[in-house]
Design a protein around this ligand. Structure first.
Ligand SMILES: C[S@@+](CC[C@H](N)C(=O)[O-])C[C@H]1O[C@@H](n2cnc3c(N)ncnc32)[C@H](O)[C@@H]1O
Length: 217
């Protein structure tokens, strides 16, 4: 099953989980805040899923700004659309497309949460996104990876299980899903670090979730 079909199939469950994990709303709000947006700005969310970040992004740009969510999965976009319609947000737009090369013009900021680990070449994708917003634009990544805190071994075990069941595609014994995820997340966040100034870092959820944001050089 392709990743797009996987998310379409599980859209209902994902919508619930993505909003209800303890502490997740605070991390999403913090990520939107880290984009350093101004009222009236345009922000693009890559791999927006069912839209759990849209309210926080809209808070930052106000009703006069624009929020655009891009995703390649019909099922999650449909759920996101329902939320947008129920809220009556006229400045939130949803577009079906490949987040690696967005089918859009530029924007003031790009955000991607729990997405970079799905790309084979996170470094290149971060490069595309930085070029997309241009120098002075902002970018923020929020992602889950194994915790390096002292109690890491305790929380990493259930985390590995979660990654295993929530990763689309075939299982590979030579490269377990959580190892690949760790590598890709580290590469993506390091790329933001290298390409940006005024970077901010934080982590939460027992060290399992990390945020890196900055202004593109
Ligand atoms: C783990 S979910 C995260 C959804 C949302 N960002 C959140 O924080 O809840 C990953 C999302 O990325 C989307 N996605 C993965 N690869 C993509 C691509 N190449 N283009 C567009 N969307 C993609 C999937 O369809 C899915 O909705």
């Amino acid at each position: 099953m392709s990743a797009a079909d996987f998310y379409t199939r599980w859209a209902h469950l994902y919508d619930h989980v993505s909003r209800s994990i303890p502490g997740i709303a605070g991390l999403r709000r913090q990520t939107a805040h880290a984009l350093d947006l101004e009222l009236g700005d345009t922000v693009i969310e890559m791999g927006c899923g069912t839209g759990a970040n849209l309210a926080f992004l809209r808070e930052q740009v106000g009703p006069e700004g624009s929020v655009v969510g891009v995703d390649f999965s019909d099922g999650v976009l449909q759920r996101a659309r329902t939320h947008v319609e129920n809220e009556g947000w006229e400045n939130v737009h949803l577009v079906r497309g490949d987040a690696r090369s967005p089918p859009l013009g530029g924007a003031d900021a790009v955000v991607a949460t729990f997405v970079i680990g799905m790309f084979a070449d996170p470094e290149q994708v971060v490069g595309e996104w930085c070029a997309f917003v241009g120098s002075g634009g902002n970018i923020a990544l929020l992602n889950a990876a194994r915790s390096s805190r002292w109690y890491g071994p305790l929380v990493n075990l259930p985390f590995r299980g979660f990654v295993l069941v929530s990763t689309p595609g075939k299982r590979r014994l030579d490269e377990p899903a959580h190892v690949l995820l760790d590598e890709r997340v580290a590469t993506g966040h390091a790329a933001v670090e290298r390409r940006c100034e005024r970077t901010v870092h934080d982590d939460g959820a027992l060290g399992l979730v990390r945020l890196t944001a900055g202004r593109v050089l």
